[in-house]
Ligand binder design. Structure first.
Ligand code: ZN
Length: 322
């Protein structure tokens, strides 16, 4: 069986850091499980939002770069992330988004599932999809969203490719995703194996489009999950055999990663499910303070001075749903 088990996290370029924190924690009710810095640009925050336990496959992460221009659509970019919500919850979510000042798009049926697209405060395309697919999920008790409506994790990503055949071959050979369905101009690829979040990648061929460009609201990279270090090395070898150029394994402290581009240019990562976010914080207090990886800890004072101040949001927990 292929070592990749689904999506691990999706990382996004955000605008304002405080608005991002407030929208995802107070608005969408996700838990801030790590407040840290971009390890390659430590004057920038890196926020991780997830379920109550930081389960791999539920994480959406943000680098706030408020001075960057807006991203530009086009091929070679992942342009949308879909998040799973419980069946029958989209009416409630539409009202929730309206109360946050977000006007969702028209409801759609995608591959038989009901979907509600909207744009977050940075312009990121997010779609909530009703699904009963089984997946590991731990509700967040302090969430302002009732447990039976909380976001269950990543569902799918969508990317534009100039040459669909090349991207599809790579998804199969390097990443273990096979085509499972076609709807209009979107082809859906899925990874098999254990039930978990983020088994789906949708690809649209856009041969005439310009190259997309990163900016505020863009997906920076998509990380696929492997169980452990042995699986990481196996996946790295498969990427290489499929013509990719993976980096060496980089220790991100909460997981270990390799990075590479798929043939169309979108940046991908493969990250381990281990050791997880509780490795350097009490699981009851994740995200409450700025965590630095060990190699940056000696520079804490300087890094804290360079970061814009933010207030960690503390929501009113939702009343138990009757
Ligand atoms: Zn990543």
């Amino acid at each position: 069986m292929h070592p990749i088990t689904g999506l691990h996290h999706v990382s996004v370029i955000a605008g304002d850091p405080q608005r991002t924190l407030d929208f995802y924690v107070l608005g969408l009710g996700m838990r801030l499980v790590k407040r840290t810095v971009n390890q390659d640009a430590p004057d920038t925050y890196h926020f991780f939002f997830a379920d109550g336990a930081g389960t791999p496959g539920t994480e959406l992460t943000f680098f706030p770069w408020p001075n960057m221009p807006r991203g530009r659509d086009g091929h070679g970019l992942t342009h949308e992330v879909a998040l799973a919500v419980p069946p029958g919850s989209l009416d409630w979510w539409a009202g929730r988004l309206a109360s946050l000042g977000v006007a969702p798009g028209a409801r759609e049926v995608r591959f038989g599932e009901t979907a509600l697209p909207f744009a977050d405060p940075s312009g990121l395309r997010v779609t909530l999809v009703e699904t009963a697919d089984p997946r590991p999920f731990v509700p967040w008790d302090a969430s302002p969203v009732p447990a039976d409506r909380q976001i269950r994790g990543l569902h799918a990503v969508r990317l534009d490719a100039r040459d669909l055949a090349a991207t599809a071959r790579f998804l199969d050979a390097a990443l273990g995703h096979t085509r499972v369905a076609t709807e209009g101009d979107v082809r859906r690829y899925a990874v098999g194996g254990a039930a978990r979040s983020g088994a789906l990648v949708d690809v649209r061929e856009t041969p005439g489009a310009a190259r997309g460009m990163w900016g505020v609201g863009s997906i920076h990279h998509v990380a696929f999950a492997v169980a452990d270090d042995a699986a990481e090395r196996e996946a790295q070898a498969l990427v290489r055999a499929a013509g990719g150029h993976p980096t060496e394994v980089i220790d991100r402290f909460w997981f270990r990663s390799v990075y590479f581009r798929e043939p169309g240019g979108a940046l991908f990562e493969i990250a381990t499910d281990i050791p997880g976010f509780a490795v350097d914080e009490d699981p009851a207090h994740l995200g409450e303070r700025l965590i630095l990886p060990p190699f940056l800890e000696p520079h804490r004072a300087q890094i804290e001075r360079a970061l814009p101040p933010v207030v960690t949001p503390h929501p009113e927990p939702a009343a138990a749903h009757a």
